[in-house]
Design a protein around this ligand. Structure first.
Ligand code: T4K
Length: 373
């Protein structure tokens, strides 16, 4: 992976460089360009080319999945999941998410209904789901927030009891596990993201993981204009394809997947150990399964504390991010307001600190010192 250069001049430049919430994990450029040579030779740039197919096989092998339909981005992955399940009606989701969860629901003609979160796990609170079910409810769409596994068993039981479908927004969930298997294998479909800011990336990209072969095949047809193998239009599909150029980046990066995962975990606990006695800070709690530690969120005692810490870090060229602020149920430009007091409160007090492969321990020490001041 791209490690920091060691010349004196480069060191000086690194010190002056701003520290962002994240930076993409990138394989050495030569390994990427080597794969691009094949793309140039074949002249196949897209349409389920050999690298897209290879990437799908390698992701399945690495994550121990039965299937993975690579798509153009995580938002389209959610839309394709809704379309594959032919959903029309209300979808219960969480307001503590990136706006894409909700825009995908809306773009597929469904209505988002917000279920408030558990203040500790930051995931949808299963105890609050049933009260929101109406005759129009068709599905539940929980988010594994920051890769922290949802209570998949409780959600599955509620869905079965009421005849609902489950789509997980697993945009953050690559590398997380529960009951000894990948978290991506739960629900009817899980939609994930391979965006530049994610633990494993193809610059832009995403994927759908289906619970059965029928859904898997349907997702592949939807991704490609609804074509079957003979190019007959047999489905109401659209264009969800990933290019060979992006797949090449994924294939170069996947070789370093274990290194990235291990690095995140090590740095997550490095931060946590040194911040645990700070009485103004608390952490997201894991109750179910094993997270991937892809983000390092801290929850402050008040928004005032958050704003003063953010200001102080910014002064030192350190740029954490307020994921997720504001709570999506308050985006009245796109949704009718439905109160979700816990999500609204946490949204105001949560900050994701820098966490990525090339982030140096010395930078983390600096951030910790500023927070503990
Ligand atoms: N569901 C959930 C729960 C999600 O979190 C997301 C996306 C989705 C669905 C939809 O998946 P996609 O359709 O995006 O695949 C980012 C990402 O755009 C977005 O993928 C992600 N979640 C969301 C949480 O965060 P920003 O607004 O943070 O991007 P930006 O440009 O401010 O980048 C943050 C930092 O990362 C920069 O300060 C520098 C660094 N960076 C960023 C980019 C794009 C780089 O170093 N290189 C880069 O190329 O959105």
């Amino acid at each position: 992976m791209r490690h920091i250069q060691e010349t004196e001049q480069d060191n000086r430049m690194e010190k002056e460089r701003p520290i962002y919430v994240t930076m993409p994990s990138l394989a050495p450029l030569e390994e990427y360009t080597e794969l691009l040579k094949g793309v140039w030779e074949r002249g196949i740039l897209t349409h389920n080319g050999p690298l897209v197919q290879q990437l799908e096989r390698e992701i399945c092998a690495k994550l121990e999945l039965d299937n993975f339909v690579v798509v153009a981005n995580g938002t389209i992955a959610i839309q394709m999941a809704i379309r594959a399940l032919a959903l029309s009606g209300e979808i219960i989701t969480s307001p503590f998410t990136w706006v894409a969860t909700v825009s995908a629901i809306k773009w597929e003609g469904c209505t988002p209904v917000f279920c408030d979160i558990d203040p500790e796990t930051l995931n949808m609170d299963p105890d609050k789901i049933e009260a929101l079910i109406t005759k129009d409810t068709v599905a539940i769409m929980p988010i594994h927030v920051f890769g922290n596994p949802c209570d998949v068993e409780a959600i599955d039981n509620i869905a079965k009891k009421h005849g609902l479908r489950v789509i997980y927004d697993g945009a953050h969930a690559i590398g997380s596990h529960i009951n000894g298997k990948s978290l991506l294998q739960y629900g009817d479909i899980t939609a994930t993201s391979l965006h530049a800011t994610k633990l494993f990336n193809t610059a832009e990209g995403g994927g759908c993981i289906a619970a059965n072969n029928e859904l898997y095949k349907k997702l592949k047809r939807i991704r490609f204009f609804g074509h079957d193998d003979n190019k007959n239009v047999v489905e109401d599909g659209f264009n969800g394809k990933l290019t060979e150029v992006h797949a090449a980046l994924g294939l170069a990066n996947i070789k370093y997947y274990d290194e990235v995962l291990e690095d995140r975990k090590r740095k997550y606990f490095y931060y946590k150990e040194r911040l645990k006695d700070n009485r103004k800070i608390s952490f997201q709690k894991t109750i179910h399964g094993d997270p991937n530690y892809s983000y390092f969120p801290v929850i402050f005692d008040s928004e005032e504390t958050l704003l003063s810490v953010e200001k102080k870090l910014n002064k030192h060229q350190i740029f954490p991010r307020r994921y997720f602020y504001p709570s999506v149920n308050t985006y009245t430009q796109i949704v009718a307001y439905q109160p979700s007091p816990i999500s609204e409160d946490i949204s105001k007090r949560i900050l994701c600190l820098p966490l990525y492969l090339t982030l140096e321990i010395a930078d983390i020490d600096k951030i910790i010192a500023l927070l503990n001041e």
